[in-house]
Design a protein around this ligand. Structure first.
Ligand SMILES: [Zn+2]
Length: 256
């Protein structure tokens, strides 16, 4: 490893409170990161996420047996939040899982709010499982660039995605697998999202289909071209898709 102190990492990672033991190391890496070029910064992140991925996969990072979950705060879904991964390359699910464990759950367990202060020092848990394995995804769906949607979290799970707990409790997160900071997703991706919404979330009002940057001003996600740009394309596709699916839609015919 070029940036990570390997010896320290290996010594601490199998402790249930590894994230507290390694917190000074994470702070050191954060400081280094500030002065790195974009390319080196990516390399540093790659080191961290690949190490977390490896140690989740091989069981070095302990699962939490008396897991906590926050899903009893789940409300009726009335909002859809659109994201992008902001990754130039496509992400494997296990890498995304590791990234979200590190970026979403680790900071919360390191500095929990007053209501959750008892979790500090315990093994990190999400309370979310697929086939008995704990998962840390923040999104409910990941849409690949060929338009294929992949289910990450079931809808009864609160996804930790918006940076806004109230929104999290009543929303689903749909993420596009790419970086659209300065570009727009292909029409087949938008068509796939509109189909996904038609099939699963027909009751969510159109005006509650929002970009991450519309519910959290601190992010450009899902990209600078969303508001006033490809959001309109997406909304039009959804409107067209949903109205064409209704058996009660009045269709003008040439005879009438
Ligand atoms: Zn986002």
């Amino acid at each position: 490893m070029k940036y990570i102190n390997d010896e320290l990492w290996k010594k601490q990672i199998s402790q249930k409170d590894w994230y507290l033991r390694l917190d000074p190391e994470f702070k050191r890496l954060e400081n280094i990161q500030k002065d790195l070029s974009k390319e080196d910064e990516e390399e540093l992140k790659e080191e961290i996420y690949s190490s977390i991925e490896r140690d989740l996969g091989n069981g070095s990072i302990q699962p939490n047996k008396k897991y906590h979950d926050w899903d009893d705060e789940r409300k009726t879904i009335d909002t859809i939040v659109i994201h992008h991964t902001s990754n130039d390359k496509s992400l494997t699910l296990s890498r995304l899982n590791a990234k979200h464990m590190f970026r979403l759950y680790r900071p919360f367990f390191t500095n929990p709010n007053e209501d959750n202060k008892a979790i500090k020092g315990e093994a990190i848990s999400s309370g979310h499982f697929t086939n008995g394995v704990q998962i840390f995804y923040g999104y409910h769906w990941l849409v690949r660039l060929d338009g294929t949607p992949e289910r990450l979290l079931t809808d009864n799970y609160v996804g930790w995605h918006a940076g806004n707990w109230d929104i999290n409790t009543r929303s689903v997160a749909i993420c596009i697998d790419g970086n659209f900071e300065t570009s727009s997703p292909d029409i087949k991706v938008l068509k796939s999202i509109s189909q996904l919404i038609k099939d699963n979330y027909k009751n969510v009002p159109i005006e509650n289909i929002l970009g991450h940057n519309e519910v959290n001003k601190n992010t450009v996600c899902p990209g600078n071209g969303f508001i006033g740009g490809w959001k309109l394309t997406l909304i039009n596709l959804i409107k067209k898709n949903i109205s064409s699916s209704s058996p009660f839609t009045y269709k003008q015919t040439s005879n009438s």
